[in-house]
Design a protein around this ligand. Sequence first.
Ligand SMILES: [Zn+2]
Length: 143
Amino acid sequence: MYTHTEEQCAQIGPRTMFLIAQAQTRIERERRVLAMMAPPLFYGHTNCPYHGPAHERSKCNRAWDEMWWGKFGKSFLNPLRPLGFKDAFEFIQSSEFPGVTKECKEEAETRIIGGFDIEEQIITAVQKSENSVTWCREFGDLM
Ligand SMILES: [Zn+2]
């Protein structure tokens, strides 16, 4: 979250300040969603001993959900030193997820590898947008 002085706001202008405020709100929403919602493991990897329709209720899946929130989510939402979007994937990849089979974790990682570029997408949309309507059409309506 970035803050601006009154003088900076005056220099930037109301149109751009509006876009920045909208983008910050959207980025913070994405941060909360990513922190709270572990990507689903579905049936799990075929090598997981719990593979199949019951995987969702398995120890592997429960460990994944618990570790996602307990390890990643809390770091991502840390109000003092939040884990950056750019560092999130590497953090997950390098973290131990006890109870989650190696294959299930790796399979989930292949699905989320590009999932943390949302911040970059929002910032790029703000930079490219010609006006607030253009930006809201792309990102604002999802808030
Ligand atoms: Zn599994």
